[in-house]
Design a binder for this molecule. Sequence first.
Ligand SMILES: NC(=O)c1ccc[n+]([C@@H]2O[C@H](COP(=O)([O-])OP(=O)(O)OC[C@H]3O[C@@H](n4cnc5c(N)ncnc54)[C@H](OP(=O)(O)O)[C@@H]3O)[C@@H](O)[C@H]2O)c1
Length: 245
Amino acid sequence: MSQIEKNALVLGASGGLAQALIAQFVADQTINTVIAVSSKPAPENLVVDKSLVWIQTDYTEPAMVEVVAQLVDYTGSIARVCICHGLLHTDNLWPEKRLEDIKPEALHEIFQANAVVPALWLKLLHKVLKAKQPTVVAALSARVGSISDNRLGGWYAYRSSKSALNMLLKNIAIEYARRVKNVKLISFHPGTTDTALSKPFQAAVPEGKLFTAEFVAERLTGIMDNAVVDGELSYLDWDNKTIPY
Ligand SMILES: NC(=O)c1ccc[n+]([C@@H]2O[C@H](COP(=O)([O-])OP(=O)(O)OC[C@H]3O[C@@H](n4cnc5c(N)ncnc54)[C@H](OP(=O)(O)O)[C@@H]3O)[C@@H](O)[C@H]2O)c1
């Protein structure tokens, strides 16, 4: 595959923000193919053709290794990666309000989705991402993962999984700077966005502060287009402002 080709990879592709990012990348004339990876089948409204490839997986490490094997042909041509995994609540799991709500199973489940799976992708993908051209990788994090910004407490599993994600990304940025020098890593806070993840909490969001996924996807792709490969992790919000760790 030609080195000048530009492709985009969206991991955790069925979510609200991921779907908006896929739409942005598909509409971008400079991007040849968008590769979407999800635990779910492609939504029916998506046209899956040579410009959009959909790969289904569970997120065990052997299954992720198989996904990466399918990406080997794209080595050197993936210019954009969005890691969109994120879990806050399920039918059986709700963000903790107080100490008594802390449950080992919830901590494990949320850490697995929010920190372990993104770190495994960056472990498994490094050879595919090595390129002559810049590759910008954005992992969707959250401001609540900022330890210095934590004034309210609560949401033990989600907050701490995002702090762990940030530390994993920081470590990976240090090692990538030596081994995969073309990659810029961004830990990105989208702001409260109208998706399934935020749905139960939207009533508390002040007027005008709930973003559409399309707005956030536009902001993030703009930030990625202007990112400079400097071997550092940047922790940025939707307004391109740096968040303190
Ligand atoms: N929406 C907000 O207000 C908001 C605010 C701050 C940060 N964020 C962050 O933005 C990211 C995207 O969230 P969203 O709002 O688009 O939420 P969403 O619509 O609920 O999407 C969640 C995504 O997480 C993946 N996922 C769910 N359970 C998983 C599991 N057990 N293992 C691995 N992956 C799993 C799904 O991937 P599949 O395609 O495989 O199902 C899906 O793409 C998340 O990291 C979230 O924490 C969102």
